[in-house]
Design a protein around this ligand. Structure first.
Ligand SMILES: [Zn+2]
Length: 187
């Protein structure tokens, strides 16, 4: 059975692990929306490669539509998101897999304007999260960015110099403007 498929008894099997759904009302609206989505679902049997040969590393910010901003569609690109759109070890792991197993030929690193990770200090974020949580958050790591341009240069350099990512892969660093929707190449 395909991973994620649901049987008539509503039990999902992924690699032999049996998951019994949790009863909760918290997600009902989304599950209803999913049923409507599945009615016109046309990605069944899709191979999971990046059909346009694109990988995107960008921020988790909800103002960013990674596919839409590049004129792409579901199936075209591998997308890795995190706070700030940083090239972390996990992002590099995704890119190595993308390049060698999923037909990625071009990589775009796309942080954005007015990013919280590039405008707040570590102390700020810890204080605000601690206030929200009602407890000490000074131990929590947040990958704040002091200089967004310098961080982007470093991130692109990390990809270009990775021993498992060949020079034939085009790597670019861009800045997405959340107010205009435009991206501009910086590296
Ligand atoms: Zn951001």
């Amino acid at each position: 059975m395909r991973a994620g498929a649901v049987t008539t008894c509503n039990v999902v099997r992924v690699r032999g692990t049996r998951f019994v759904p949790v009863t909760s009302d918290a997600f009902n609206d989304l599950l209803d929306a999913n049923k409507r989505f599945a009615e016109t679902f046309d990605l069944a049997g899709f191979d999971g490669v990046a059909h346009a040969g694109i990988a995107i590393v960008t921020c988790m910010d909800s103002r960013i539509d990674p596919l839409g901003m590049l004129g792409l569609s579901p199936g075209d690109a591998k997308i890795f998101r995190n706070p700030g759109g940083r090239v972390t070890p996990q992002a590099l792991e995704a890119l190595v897999l993308g390049v060698h197993l999923l037909q990625v030929k071009r990589v775009l690193v796309v942080p954005h304007t007015r990013c919280a990770m590039a405008s707040a200090t570590l102390e700020d974020l810890r204080a605000r999260v601690g206030e929200s949580a009602g407890q000490d958050a000074s131990w929590q790591h947040f990958g704040v960015v002091e200089n967004q341009e310098a961080a982007l240069r470093d991130d692109v350099r990390q990809i270009r110099s990775h021993p498992l990512i060949p020079d034939s892969v085009a790597v670019g660093g861009f800045l997405y403007d959340v107010d205009t929707g435009l991206i501009e190449q910086r590296v």
